[in-house]
Ligand binder design. Structure first.
Ligand code: MEV
Length: 320
């Protein structure tokens, strides 16, 4: 039995947005994604409750107490936390962890990977290598998602802007000029694992379509990367649109996500697509260069009000 251990005092991990290639990345296709820096911060203290690990993240309405023996009501989140510490052979009892999150939870912005990486940092301490943090976080991510590609954990650990292909060294790239995007939250939580399962079922029902489908995803991602590097934003926006429809053909869009994309286009966006696993979560928007942040935000709000009768939360993300 491992000894009760002292955890690190604090940890941070990044969120992410996927520009293209989500779902296909699970099947070995490339995806383009960038980190949302320091999306989650955890602080950890010793507590008098020596048989419990307490975790509270108020903005995620998360308040858990785990003990050494799993209770009958444990869910995926409890199981993922437990798996991380068990795998690290660390007994975390007698600690209280408090989190502050800039990320929306369960919205395709990498909240579960950020949590797994931040917990791995608390478990392994500041001297841990990035590879060790990634590997340990993937133990938790596998409990959340079954077959995670690893893109979320990679960005949660390393940050940056990457072209990620499962099983290969990620390619980091720099942009000639910062890229401004907007994220709109549909305020509909969903579980990535279910969406990944939905795609798997659909593809299995049409095995003859799998190869052309994944190759089209790969070609779109390749083309997005080329347009990004050439700073051809209107071409990038067009391919984002195509990618949204391709993801929609896999069953992971919803009327609400389609409506948010439509509102973004009506507001003058060059492109809009669901980001992450879909089924809810967020839409990623490429705004027109000619409008200021305030002008685009205003246009987006008017379009959402007109099309959906409601203004959904939206915020800019700048990629350096
Ligand atoms: C989830 O953020 C992205 C998916 O491609 C799943 C994965 O990559 O593990 C849907």
């Amino acid at each position: 039995m491992p000894a009760v251990s002292k955890l690190a005092d604090s940890a941070q991990a990044n969120g992410k947005v996927i520009l293209g290639g989500e779902h296909a990345v699970v099947y070995g296709c490339p995806a383009l994604a960038c980190a949302i820096p320091a999306g989650l911060s955890l602080r950890c203290q010793a507590s008098a409750k020596s048989d419990l690990l307490e975790l509270q993240i108020p903005s995620w309405e998360l308040d858990r107490s785990l003990s050494a023996t799993p209770g009958p009501t444990e869910d995926r989140l409890d199981a993922a936390i437990r798996a991380i510490f068990e795998h690290a052979q660390i007994e975390p009892w007698g600690h209280r962890i408090e989190g502050q999150a800039q990320l929306v939870a369960g919205a395709g912005l990498g909240s579960s990977a950020a949590l797994c990486v931040a917990l791995a940092k608390l478990a392994l301490g500041p001297a841990a290598s990035q590879q060790a943090l990634y590997d340990l976080s993937m133990v938790g991510e596998a409990v959340f998602h079954g077959t995670p590609s690893g893109i979320d954990s990679h960005l949660a650990v390393h940050g940056g802007f990457v072209r990620f292909t499962r099983g290969q060294a990620p390619e980091t790239f720099e942009l000639a000029a910062p890229l401004r995007l907007w994220v709109i939250s549909s305020q509909t939580p969903r579980q990535s694992a279910q969406q990944v399962e939905k795609v798997r079922d659909r593809v299995q029902r049409h095995p003859g379509l799998a190869e052309p489908l994944w190759s089209l995803f790969g070609a779109q991602v390749q083309s997005m990367q080329a347009h990004l590097l050439a700073q051809d934003l209107s071409a990038l926006g067009e391919v984002m649109q195509m990618q949204h429809h391709l993801l929609s053909s896999l069953g992971v869009s919803t009327d609400l996500l389609d409506g948010l994309c439509q509102a973004a286009l009506q507001a003058g966006a060059l492109g809009a697509k669901l980001t992450g696993a879909g089924g809810g979560g967020c839409v990623l928007v490429l705004p027109p260069a000619k409008l200021s942040q305030a002008e685009f935000s205003g246009a987006l709000e008017r379009a959402m009000q007109e099309i959906m009768g409601l203004v959904y939360p939206h915020f800019p993300v700048e990629i350096e």
